[in-house]
Write a protein that binds this ligand. Sequence first.
Ligand code: HEC
Length: 296
Amino acid sequence: MRVAIAVVLALAALIGAADGAELTTTVAGRVDRHTTESLLAHPAATTINVPSDVSYKRAMSYRAVPVSALLGGVPREDAVRFVAADGFAASIPASMLMAATEDAPRAYLAIEPANAPWPPLKAGAKETAGPFYLVWLRTDRGRVSPEQWPYQIARIEDVAPVAVRFPGLIPAAAVPPNDPIRHGFAVFSTSCLPCHSLNLQGDARVGPDLNVPFSPTEYMREDSLRLLVRNPQGPASSYDPAEPGFMKRVHRGGSFLCTDQYCSRYMVGARDKGEPSTSTNHLGFRCVSQPSRRTK
Ligand code: HEC
């Protein structure tokens, strides 16, 4: 009987362990493997209240561990890369993450308990911000951009700063310190690099490269480009005023329909509109055969 109970308990423990998630941190060459359970049991774990959570857009409460307690020994001049399951990769300065004084925002790793999942990020969807999510307190004491709240984190690792790893990204040495180009690069590093590469340099592959094969500044009007960057989701309604009966979606270019005569809408970098069921949809797989075989 005792053996049977022990087996049941061991099985329950196994099932319990399978529910939790794993997180690897690599700091100064030291690799630590954490689990949901080990992080919830961390001596520095605490309950925090986030008044306006960037991803949930409301007040949230979490069990969380201060990031400074997890990344001890990280060189202050390094960056820390948070890699999410979908390829999002935000590199955040270590000095900002390790700041523990009252006058600076404070970073916490929120942990989603396996038996009490957080709400979904979008109504009707299943995915939450868990299993691990970087959240900030005291955000009134310094600038933390929305891209510095990575969620669904799978790995955390210290890396050299962006300028050292991707020299092809940084402005030329001759650009003066207060030049708008330098300001633009700072904004790009924080707000765009977590999803886009530029000249194929950068960690993330969520969005397309912003200069290869073309720069969007070459094929988009400036006013449209501004609209797109501010609101990538586009208009609230997908009904095209020119064809009000059809709900349309964005088509990316790169079409099998391409010919020299009408190529511009179909080049790889192009964006266009279309009904999802249209046969001029450029995505997916098509069956093709060689013309010589068609007649057989
Ligand atoms: C959370 C991820 C994410 C962030 C952050 C992000 N983007 Fe994007 N971006 C995307 C995705 C995904 C697409 C592709 C959307 C599509 O094709 O419909 C895209 C598309 C674009 C495009 C169109 C490119 C093309 O070839 O069609 C431009 C331009 C762009 N983003 C600029 C920016 C800029 C500038 C920033 C920073 C201010 C930025 N993005 C931040 C995910 C992101």
